[in-house]
Design a protein around this ligand. Sequence first.
Ligand SMILES: Cc1cc2nc3c(=O)[nH]c(=O)nc-3n(C[C@H](O)[C@H](O)[C@H](O)COP(=O)(O)O)c2cc1C
Length: 392
Amino acid sequence: MTSRTVRAINVADLRDLARRRLPRVVFDYVDGGADREVTLRENERAFEAVRFRPRGAVATAECDLSVTVLGRQWKVPFGLAPVGSSRLMYPRGECAAAAAAGAAGTLYTLSTLSGCALEDVRAASEGPLWYQLYLVGGRDAAVKAIARARRAGYTALVVTVDTAVAGLRERDVRNGAKALLARRFWTMLPHAAQLLGHPRWLADFLRDGGLMQFPNVVVGDNPMRYVDVEGALAQSSVAWSDLAWIREAWGSAPIVVKGVLTGEDALRAADAGANAVVVSNHGGRQLDEVSPTLQALPEIVAAAGDRLEVLLDGGVRRGSDAVKALCLGARAVLVGRAYAYGLGAAGGAGVTRAIEILRDGVVRTLRLLGCQGAGALDGSYVDAPAHWKRPA
Ligand SMILES: Cc1cc2nc3c(=O)[nH]c(=O)nc-3n(C[C@H](O)[C@H](O)[C@H](O)COP(=O)(O)O)c2cc1C
């Protein structure tokens, strides 16, 4: 770990380091959100609206951080969310992040839109792995990926349901993300200075082979090219009825529906055969001006009852955020940008630092709350705004 990474005392420090190392177009791809970025901001702010109710004079020397999700124990109550194109942030980015998660005894979720083959990612990690499915490339491509993920030993399939089309991420448009992908000299030229201004990143990126294709989306006999993905995403929306053939292809192992924001959709997911849902608005990257996820959580927990396990992602930047989500009924949380900043700052070492920062934060919060472990958290440890709690 570089000394700067070690000195990062919070996720905001890792974000600063990532901003320095990455070209603007890559940093903003990670950091940005859709449209006005209201949801991006509110995801984080929602955690600030919840207050703790600690118990004094409780000895908590041995805090148990572990949680059980879909029958597997994670050593910490957070796992890593799918982050597409992680190879833009660091060479072999998906393998590096999965290895760091595995070493910490927690989950890594591999995106369909990853630059590393799912078998290589499996080999890189000793921890639990989930595979996140988009229907890019059509049903045949999805069935091939599902079969590969099952063979490789991924233990759950995550079906993302909030991506009927890609959200408008205005920073990406302004930075010429599409133009840079075009790989045509005159189209790239106005935006190329951002890359040339980061020669170390550029050398790493080129040494890693550039990000040319998505090895887990095989259309016909060929992996999908990077430049084709936006069009493919626009034709890849998933319907509840698709869960039937997805279940048949995947078999009896757990299915997780990611992108649920209402009690009604949680019930639809349960009816369609899902085992768990992730309360998620895609980190504010899809439909802007939806509820922050922490606010939506109580309604979904109430609707899910004992039919579904409920996880949450969006805006988790501190261990105390994870603790608040658990108090409001989440079994665990997933983090996206918190580790992606670490990856952009220093590769696997940066992800390890992000995990350490979050884990230390969970321990400190539990001890200060006077709570013995993640499994003992409940609503009595927090005050949340009254209007968040809607009956199912
Ligand atoms: C750069 C980036 C790429 C993402 N790619 C995917 C993806 O390929 N599939 C997916 O289901 N979610 C994707 N997400 C959403 C995350 O899985 C997660 O829902 C979100 O990051 C949570 O919010 P947070 O970043 O505030 O933790 C991506 C998020 C980011 C930041």
